[in-house]
Write a protein that binds this ligand. Structure first.
Ligand code: NAD
Length: 343
């Protein structure tokens, strides 16, 4: 068992690696724990969850809504859950986003932690305290920034993770490599997804590394004024196509990263050979790099992005692999580039 504790905005966040769900006992007795999860995890892991009270909602991004939040809160009230309880979100990023939000608003906030069960949630969604829900097609339009007390990494959950979800998570790993870590980028080039699925040591190493990258960035800039913006690499266009084109989050971000590299060539002389390397790596991990784009719809959604100010949007570009930079870019420049790549 390896535990790292981080301080983010004066709150201690424990990351417990190589753990099992039983380690919850270090945080609260089983009768004080309320697990909130989706129906896939509830069905697959009923035995592991049997010691706890469990609230279940229907899996899927389309249920990351205020209505699901309200249903969960109704059940918490029915169960007479008080402020001494510990709320634990067990699942992918949809679960951690919703549960962090519920726990931060129910009775004005309860202690909560996560057991992420997808690669994407382990390396990204469970970390950093951002949580919330979508409003129609607008991604993460409502939410809070409140940190979990702990994140427990129990890799046995990954045994049931479909391969498409492994790829989904590796998109965020490739993102971390692009913005922060050229060495990890070249390590990824030397492997295939199957290596990480089969080799537990390789997997735990890369997960711990990615957790460290994300936590370090979040600790520097919890409220997303500067460094944390880098984590949005690929996400401006990615978010716009995720719900409108019904793509998995990581797949949409992969397309967004390819687009951001091409824009970086135009705006800050990012080397086209480097764009080719990023696109090649995404393909190696069986991620999409292009899609049929509805430019007007994307622009409409980009206008509502939280990073927009007036006619410009703060956009994450690459100056080199491993090195990101933020530029205010006119929305019209983004439109022109979208038209160029989709024609
Ligand atoms: N808060 C953040 O900082 C942050 C960062 C990145 C992504 N996100 C959010 O995360 C969400 C995407 O997360 P995700 O990709 O984990 O999606 P998800 O939670 O929808 O999980 C994907 C699917 O896998 C299933 N699943 C989960 N774990 C499983 C397991 N161990 N075995 C079998 N099936 C399993 C789920 O039931 C679901 O059907 C998006 O809503 C995105 O906006 C948030």
């Amino acid at each position: 068992l390896t535990t790292y504790s981080y301080n983010i905005s004066n709150q201690k966040v424990d990351c417990i690696f190589d753990a099992t769900i039983n380690q919850l006992e270090n945080y609260a007795p089983a009768n004080a724990v309320v697990i909130i999860t989706d129906h896939h995890i509830a069905a697959l892991y009923s035995q592991q969850l049997s010691a706890y009270r469990v609230i279940t909602f229907v899996a899927g991004e389309s249920n990351k809504t205020q209505s699901t939040v309200d249903q969960i809160i109704q059940q918490l009230i029915l169960m007479e859950i008080d402020r001494e309880a510990l709320i634990v979100g067990v699942g992918g990023g949809v679960v951690t986003d919703i549960v962090g939000f519920v726990a931060s608003i129910y009775k004005r906030g309860l202690r909560f932690g996560f057991i992420p069960t997808t690669i994407l949630a382990m390396v990204d969604a469970a970390i950093g305290g951002k949580n919330g829900v979508n409003v129609g097609l607008y991604k993460n339009m409502v939410g809070t920034i409140v940190q979990p007390s702990f994140i427990l990494f129990d890799y046995t959950f990954l045994q049931t993770l479909p391969e498409a979800e492994w790829r989904n998570g590796f998109a965020e790993i490739i993102k971390h490599a692009c913005i922060r870590d050229a060495e990890m980028f070249s390590n990824l080039q030397q492997h295939q997804l199957i290596d990480y699925i089969k080799d537990a040591k390789l997997l735990t190493d890369i997960i711990q590394k990615n957790v460290a990258i994300k936590l370090e960035i979040v600790a520097q800039d919890t409220l997303e004024k500067k460094e944390r913006l880098f984590l949005n690499f690929g996400h401006t266009v990615g978010h716009a196509i995720e719900n409108s084109a019904q793509l998995k989050h990581g797949y949409a971000v992969a397309i967004g990263m390819a687009f951001a590299c091409q824009l970086s060539e135009k705006i800050i002389d990012f080397n086209p050979n480097e764009t080719a390397k990023v696109i090649q790596l995404l393909k190696q991990y069986q991620l999409p790099t292009t899609a049929d784009l509805d430019v007007d719809m994307i622009i409409n959604l980009v206008q509502a992005d939280k990073k927009r100010t007036g006619k410009e949007i703060r956009f994450v570009l690459l100056s080199a692999i491993g090195d990101a930079s933020i530029q205010a870019i006119p929305i019209e420049t983004i439109r022109a580039q979208l038209i160029e790549i989709s024609s």
